[in-house]
Write a protein that binds this ligand. Structure first.
Ligand code: SF4
Length: 108
């Protein structure tokens, strides 16, 4: 059975601690307060312009998220197919060079 990739906006703190292997005083990530900003609308078709605007705001939210390094390292490992992760769209992730992944992981 393939592993189901869950965006951090939709994970509980327990899920985040287990998935990201962190056990510090983890706070909910910024995206958890408005999940569809990062994942897109669940029950509606989104126009391309609306999607671009939504993803732009999502990237701004990620820019100040303290979990961004861990989120980026995780996204690069699991290769999601949708959503905004650590300020990057899923389509942007494969284009990052390997040393960027290492830099994110080292900062986590
Ligand atoms: S970096 Fe962005 S997507 Fe990742 S946990 Fe933080 S707010 Fe969510």
């Amino acid at each position: 059975m393939p592993h189901r990739i869950t965006h951090p906006a939709l994970m509980s703190l327990t899920d985040l601690e287990a998935t990201w292997r962190v056990d510090t005083d983890l706070s909910l990530p910024e995206c958890a307060y408005d999940p569809e900003l990062h994942t897109g609308p669940r029950m509606a078709i989104e126009h391309a312009d609306d999607r671009a605007a939504r993803e732009s705001v999502a990237r701004q939210v990620c820019a100040t998220c303290p979990l961004r390094p861990t989120c980026a390292a995780y996204a690069m490992r699991v290769r999601p197919t949708s959503g905004v992760w650590a300020g990057m769209s899923a389509a942007d992730l494969p284009d990052l060079p390997d040393d960027t992944v290492g830099a994110f992981a080292d900062a986590a």
